[in-house]
Design a protein around this ligand. Sequence first.
Ligand code: ADP
Length: 513
Amino acid sequence: MKKIINMGIKGRIVLYFTAFILLMLVVIWVVQISLLGVFYRRTKLHELDEVSQTVSSYLGTGSLEDITYEMSTKYKICMIVFETSGDELGRQVVSVESTPMCLIHHLTPGALGEFYSKALASGGRFVERFTMGKGLVQDVPRGSAGDDGDGGEERRNGGDEVTMAVSVISASGRDGKSYAIFADTEFTQMHTAETLLNTQFLWLAGSIVLLTAFVAYIFAVNISRPLTNMNESAKKLAAGDYEPNFRVEGYRETRELAETLNFAASEISRSDRLQRELIANVSHDLRTPLTMISGYAEVMRDIPGENTPENVQVIIDESNHLSALVNDMLDLSKIEAGVKKPEKTGFSLTTAVSEVLERYSQLREHDGYSIEFEHGEDVSVCADRTMILQVLYNLVNNAINYCGADKKVIVTQSVAESESGESVRITVRDHGEGISPENIPLVWDRYYRVDKLHKRSSVGSGLGLSIVKRILQQHGALFGVESVPGEGSAFWFELPCTRRQADAEGPERPREK
Ligand code: ADP
């Protein structure tokens, strides 16, 4: 049993095919050969009965002799028709001896009369089988009479014995007289035929089984080949070769499986590549501020007079950058793991945006950045305030980082009508280098940077837009970017409005923060 469980697909197909064919052969053998004798005897007795019945319907007519002769020779059945009176057999009307082995023509009148009496006793019909020695036909061993004809064992004695069936019918003719029809037929000895058929069948069955096993093996090889190849490829995959090398071949299921595995392999390869990039980026991003911090601290410790406020500021800035980086990583992993879920509350988006931009006021003073907020009426939304501010913070930060020479960032709030109601759109626009069309879909990916040199001046963690994307997706918000290289970019997102408060001063107006 264990061997069968461990058996491969090839072995199983050959085994099942061969077992099925063997079963079929056994069924054929039982029906065709083993039961041959039984079917043969039944058919013979049925013929004997049919012929007697046919002849009986011509009793007392002119065609009785012809029909008896015709039926006797056709079915090799010997027949005698007697006229009868009471339980006595009278004159012979017809007699046909169509086979050399005929019993009724060799019986004594007494024996015939005895048969007739038995027919009368059993309602006008009598059928019996006899097995007897050749040449002793006069000596009918009635005591050894067989059964009703369909199951009895024939005694086989090297061909010295024959089995015969005798039928006696008592019937009335059309001329009003009574008749008795005697008929007998010989059962051919079946054992020679059976031995012959058995031998023939053995050879046939052997050849069929061998042929089946061979054909099943060819099938099995064809069916199992794609699976075997796939197994080899899967082993390579497990060993770290992520190239999609599953051959799309064979039948539909294996082709689909190969396509799925190829897709899975390419996904594993992609995520493996991303993971490597992630480790490289993270280690680079963490190492740089740490080197700066420890470098400056050592200088301040070892060199007298270097303990200046500027140097301390560098350490503070780098620490801030480091903590921002670590926070971004934590945020993104929390959002991706589903730990951080939006807690929606109603709040004024207009006021919240104004507050965020307020925080940049110092920047404006020191570095000469100009950040404008153009908005009209005060609009409220239902969202996670902290998360939405984080989105805004990331977009404005990027706009400042990539804004170019004019150092100008414009944030716009606009309200639009849509089928699902009113929605508010916040757009953060700059006049920097912009993003080329092929990079636009990629900027939302983790650690994607258009500037592959990973410029330190670009300050960011490379996670900002991924965080923006996840937060907005969690809110079911629309978002996007329009950018023209050399002219600048406009990052935007849309949230459904919950409440609008008409601005007392009328339509939209620019307002600098
Ligand atoms: P980073 O920390 O590098 O800014 P982000 O995920 O915020 O990471 O942005 C991904 C990339 O998208 C940036 O490296 C930059 O190349 C590009 N990008 C983002 N915002 C802008 C913008 N306003 N103008 C031009 N490029 C931008």
